[in-house]
Design a binder for this molecule. Structure first.
Ligand SMILES: Cc1ncc(COP(=O)(O)O)c(C=O)c1O
Length: 346
């Protein structure tokens, strides 16, 4: 039986071309700034996002942490969405290592925060209060099912933050999914923010890495923080080489993943009792709930036994992610197996 693994786009393996590029990569010591392949990747990333500079890091988590460390001081307060990846899944690094308070503002089901609620959460000048110094956004929004923040929304909320003298960081782990779905350059989505990171090792299929982009001054500070947390990698060109292929060749194909996610959500919507939100399937992530009358434990167990791997998000919520290792035929097969399972359990 073929396993259809829809847990995450992070399971994508490097392409042949990436492996070849890794083998042939020109290398140097990146801590001395002498790895030509890392330098090329950083320049490419900065130019694609129209930011002054970029920094290669080991992961999205590290990029987000470095952004907090660079933009804030211990004791500051930062505002982020109640469903933000930085809040849920990054081990509280901003608080533990950055010493900041994480103040959440409710995310709606599209990953947006209400402008008024954000404004209300920004601290005024008062001797009793910590300083609010950073607003964090996420695009696409993972826990909200890959939903997109438009340039208009980003520009309005960033404008509001800037008016109050806050910096704005965008966790753009999947920013190219948003760009492809809207058919606009990613640079337009990140124009209003002070810093942005994106991942190479999700839908873009590179094995490792993330880029943190911003002004030259910001990136130089972040580089020192990266060294402090042990993220200075030496001949990192070996992995950066795959990242270059990812940026040059793997972005436009994200449209295939989006089509497969739509195929999946459409199919699920026709299985009696399954709940889906097709208008929120805007990129490569599908959230769904099995019928309320089936035992959730049995559903989880049986899905696994039938070779359909999905992420379980608690309650009734499941997440399925389309990516390069899953074809349209695989999606149809997964739908058939889920349909059969629901019929048997209901
Ligand atoms: C929105 C978002 N931000 C950050 C990350 C963290 O990336 P990494 O797994 O490379 O640390 C993820 C990972 O899934 C993510 O979905």
């Amino acid at each position: 039986m073929k396993i259809i693994d829809l847990r995450s786009d992070t399971i994508t393996l490097p392409t042949e071309k990436m492996r070849q590029a890794m083998y042939e990569a020109e290398l140097g010591d990146d801590v001395y700034g002498e790895d030509p392949t890392v330098n090329k990747l950083e320049q490419l990333a900065a130019s694609m996002l129209k930011k002054e500079a970029a920094l290669f890091t080991s992961s999205g988590t590290m990029s987000n942490l470095l952004a907090v460390l660079t933009h804030t001081r211990p004791g500051d307060e930062i505002i982020l969405g109640s469903e933000a990846h930085m809040f849920w899944y990054e081990v509280g690094g901003a608080a533990a290592l950055g010493g900041v308070i994480m103040r959440t503002v409710a995310n709606d089901e599209y990953g947006q925060m209400d402008f008024g609620a954000v404004e209300e959460a920004i601290r005024s000048e008062n001797i009793h209060y910590p300083k609010t110094t950073l607003l964090c956004l996420e695009n696409t929004h993972n826990r909200c099912g890959g939903t997109i923040l438009t340039p208009d929304y980003t520009s309005t909320i960033a404008g509001l933050a800037h008016e109050h003298d806050l910096r704005v960081h965008l966790d753009g782990a999947r920013i190219f999914n948003a760009a492809i779905a809207l058919d606009i350059p990613a640079s337009e989505l990140v124009k209003p923010v002070d810093s942005v990171c994106f991942c190479l090792s999700k839908g873009l299929s590179a094995p490792v890495g993330s880029l943190l982009c911003g002004t030259e001054e910001f990136v130089e500070k972040a580089r020192r923080w990266r060294k402090m947390v042990g993220g200075g990698m030496r001949q990192a060109g070996v992995i950066a080489a795959a990242g270059i292929v990812a940026l040059q060749e793997m972005i436009s194909r994200l449209a295939d993943d989006h089509a497969n996610a739509k195929r999946l959500v459409y199919g699920l919507s026709h299985i009696p009792g399954i709940t889906v939100w097709p208008d929120r399937t805007q990129t490569n992530i599908v959230m769904f709930e099995p019928p309320t009358d089936v035992s959730i434990n049995e559903f989880i167990q049986q899905l696994d036994l039938r070779g359909v791997k999905c992420g379980y998000r608690g309650g009734l919520k499941f997440r399925a992610v389309a990516h390069r290792m899953v074809t349209g035929a695989d999606i149809d097969e997964a739908l058939e197996r889920i349909d059969q399972l629901v019929r048997e359990l209901s």
